[in-house]
Write a protein that binds this ligand. Structure first.
Ligand code: OGA
Ligand code: MN
Length: 217
């Protein structure tokens, strides 16, 4: 079950718990983050729904550079990168910058920037078990997923499965993509999978990176 933070908990309280979770097992899941307000989550949800309806989301690829392919047997979601320019994105980017600094202070990860995209899974869509860091690049260090859905039920499918970094076929957690919930994990270490969604599923994925500039796709 996700850790539920008390209403008075500050960002620093999340960071303290997250630092322990990331160093001890490589992942953490959290609910009840009062500073991630329902208003902001709703605003972000409305934005991804509008992008999806405007056909502004593109099929996601797998791999980087010459290896970049759109393999529908591996992942079927559609994505739109955030630029941080709208009001909710700017607010979110402010929070992500605080998290980046707090993780560096606690874990000395050398995070230098982050990138984020919205993702929409339509019914039938999935993302097979994978790691987020592309082999040989080692530039995505920490992955963060913020879920944007209302009243998600287990029967809606689309759960995130987190596997054990020591025995990668062992499931450690099954996380329903409920609005306001955060899943955070070490990008190079934690295998994970999005099970087939039975209902349209919206999320926002962010990667904290240790490289300075974006490498061309
Ligand atoms: C990803 C991913 C997990 C999720 O986008 O790489 O694994 O729960 N997302 O949406
Ligand atoms: Mn992933």
């Amino acid at each position: 079950m996700p850790r539920v933070l008390p209403a008075e908990a500050a960002v620093e309280d999340l960071l303290d718990l997250l630092a322990v979770d990331l160093s001890e097992r490589g992942w953490g899941t959290f609910d009840g983050l009062a500073w991630l307000t329902p208003a902001l989550v709703t605003w972000l949800r409305d934005e991804v729904i509008a992008l999806n309806q405007a056909n502004a989301m593109a099929a996601a690829g797998v791999g980087r550079g010459r290896d970049h392919v759109k393999d529908r047997s591996v992942r079927r979601d559609r994505i739109a990168w955030l630029k941080g320019e709208t009001t909710p994105q700017a607010e979110l980017f402010g929070l992500l910058a605080i998290l980046q600094r707090g993780l560096n202070e606690r874990l000395f990860l050398g995070l230098r920037r982050f990138e984020a995209h919205y993702a929409t899974y339509e019914p039938g869509d999935f993302y097979k078990r994978h790691l987020d860091s592309f082999q040989g690049r080692a530039s995505r260090v920490v992955s963060l997923v913020l879920y944007l859905n209302e009243a998600w039920q287990a029967t809606d499918g689309g759960a995130l499965q987190i596997f054990n970094r020591e025995s990668p076929l062992e499931i450690c957690a099954t996380v329903l993509p409920e609005g306001g919930r955060l899943a955070v994990f070490m990008s190079e270490e934690i295998p994970h999978e999005v099970l087939t969604a039975q209902r349209t599923r919206h999320s926002l994925a962010c990667w904290f990176r240790c490289d300075e500039v974006a490498l061309p796709l």
